[in-house]
Design a protein around this ligand. Structure first.
Ligand SMILES: Cc1cc2nc3c(=O)[nH]c(=O)nc-3n(C[C@H](O)[C@H](O)[C@H](O)COP(=O)(O)OP(=O)(O)OC[C@H]3O[C@@H](n4cnc5c(N)ncnc54)[C@H](O)[C@@H]3O)c2cc1C
Length: 420
């Protein structure tokens, strides 16, 4: 049972009757050891999931996660919590469906309430051509074993009567729905993986910034950090928005640009929105948190940046999208907004691969869709680190696809990272 003990209804009852004195911190605060078998750089969702699956599925080896700030301070705690596997292309769909299946069993697996809520994801369409494109996507999803349903306007109206069906410039004609999609409480994912990894012996070391890589004869032998050198047999980097900067320290130039993406939350309202709804006529999406706040967002800020805050024109654009899709949103007061740094790749799809440096591995390019990928990304990166071969659902996520021209371009928008 380890340091923290298991969480259960019985445990809550016992602690409640004994003054709650038995709870311990959910993970330890260990000092870094001089050497590990595996060092994971970045304590976001992907780094923590990688360490968790390395320890639980693949290896008895020693593992450390090095995080420059605190667990949950990056995008894993900044996103709008949507999970789904509604992808079209062969390179993506099996991976995201694998991830959705892992989400479905995650809370039992790591014994933590992450509030996985399969409340459905609705992609609204506004033209015959868009309906046909969604039908094609839905069919591709079903062929890969995922679920998809195409609703017409009457069916959508029955589930989401508040949408602007009659007066919008772009009429609401229906939606592609994935009922198994939904939301997950994002920071609980970080905490659940951190606790689960810690219980399996992983050292989670916060306030430990990786500043460089020690590379000898083409092999990475460890990392330079703000807390000294740490040797490693293998180093895996999962630093999301900081990917270009961190890998630059290993002399690599990545096919990735960093952009800001903002998120917004309204005051708490009574339950009104059944699932996640995305607007097909612009960039706007919305769901409602269990506390009642409307959680919404839109496009990235469209200029390269490492800042974790955004600009006002995008705020205006997002609010316009909301007003077009569901005018009632104009009555709600916005209470919070923030930004996160997105690692936008050239084709909009991620990279999980070895690098040209032995012992150094890379995981990144998640764009604004990496939260839903967290379980599969962790699993596949752990698989790669442990076995040196890609997991069967991640064979397309190779670094050299940009040289070979094998793009996984879901949107078909070409080498324009801000357009994906
Ligand atoms: C506003 C917003 C909304 C989003 N909405 C969604 C959504 O609804 N659904 C979805 O699927 N995705 C969404 N995303 C994207 C998703 O959040 C990211 O793709 C994903 O979280 C990135 O992986 P991560 O969790 O590992 O990143 P992070 O949590 O950012 O982890 C990276 C970590 O690396 C650390 N780090 C950086 N440099 C160093 C260093 N030198 N040394 C040590 N540590 C370092 C950072 O401090 C950070 O903690 C959204 C993102 C944002 C910002």
């Amino acid at each position: 049972m380890g340091l923290n003990g298991g969480y259960s209804g019985f445990r809550i009852l016992r602690e409640g009757l004994s003054g709650n004195r038995g709870w311990r911190p959910a993970w330890r605060d260990p000092a870094p050891q001089p050497a590990y078998d595996f060092v994971i750089v970045g304590g976001g969702g992907h780094g923590l999931a990688t360490a968790y699956y390395l320890a639980s599925q693949f290896s008895e080896a020693s593992v450390a996660v090095l995080e420059k700030g605190w667990i949950g301070g990056g995008n894993v705690g900044r996103n709008t919590t949507i999970i789904r596997s509604n992808y079209l292309l062969d390179g993506n769909q099996p991976f995201y469906e694998f991830s959705l299946k892992l989400w479905e069993g995650l809370e039992q697996d790591f014994n933590y309430n992450a509030m996985v809520s399969q409340r459905g994801v609705y992609n609204v369409y506004h033209s015959d051509a868009q309906r046909d494109a969604y039908r094609r996507r839905g069919n591709a999803m079903i062929l890969h074993g995922a679920d998809a349903e195409l609703l017409d306007a009457a069916q959508l109206r029955a589930e989401c009567p508040f949408l602007n069906f009659d007066n919008a410039r772009l009429p609401v004609m229906g939606a592609l729905v994935q009922r198994r999609g939904g939301t997950v409480r994002h920071d609980a994912v970080a905490w659940g993986y951190a606790r689960g990894a810690d219980r399996r012996g992983v050292d989670i070391i916060q306030n430990c910034e990786v500043t460089g890589f020690r590379i000898q004869n083409g092999r990475c032998t460890g990392v330079e950090t703000s807390r000294g050198f740490i040797a490693a047999r293998k180093v895996g980097c999962a630093v999301a928005g900081s990917s270009s900067r961190v890998m630059q320290a290993a002399g690599m130039r990545l096919p990735i640009e960093s952009h800001v993406l903002q998120a917004f939350v309204s005051e708490g309202l009574k339950p009104i929105i059944p699932g996640v709804i995305t607007y097909g006529g612009g960039h706007f999406y919305i769901s409602q948190s269990d506390k009642g706040g409307l959680v919404f967002g839109g496009d990235i800020d469209m200029y390269n940046s490492y800042a974790q805050r955004g600009n006002l024109p995008v705020v205006e654009d997002v609010c316009e999208g909301g007003m077009t899709l569901m005018p009632m949103i104009g009555r709600a007061r916005m209470v919070r907004m923030w930004g996160g740094i997105m690692d936008m790749s050239m084709d909009g799809s991620p990279i999980i691969d070895r690098t040209h440096i032995d012992g150094l591995y890379f995981n990144g390019g998640w764009c604004y869709g990496g939260f839903k990928a967290t379980p599969a990304s962790g699993w596949c990166f752990a698989h790669l680190l442990a076995t040196d071969t890609p997991h069967e659902t991640a064979t397309a996520y190779r670094m050299d696809r940009f040289e070979r021209g094998y793009m996984i371009d879901e949107k078909g928008s070409g080498a324009q990272p801000n357009q994906h």
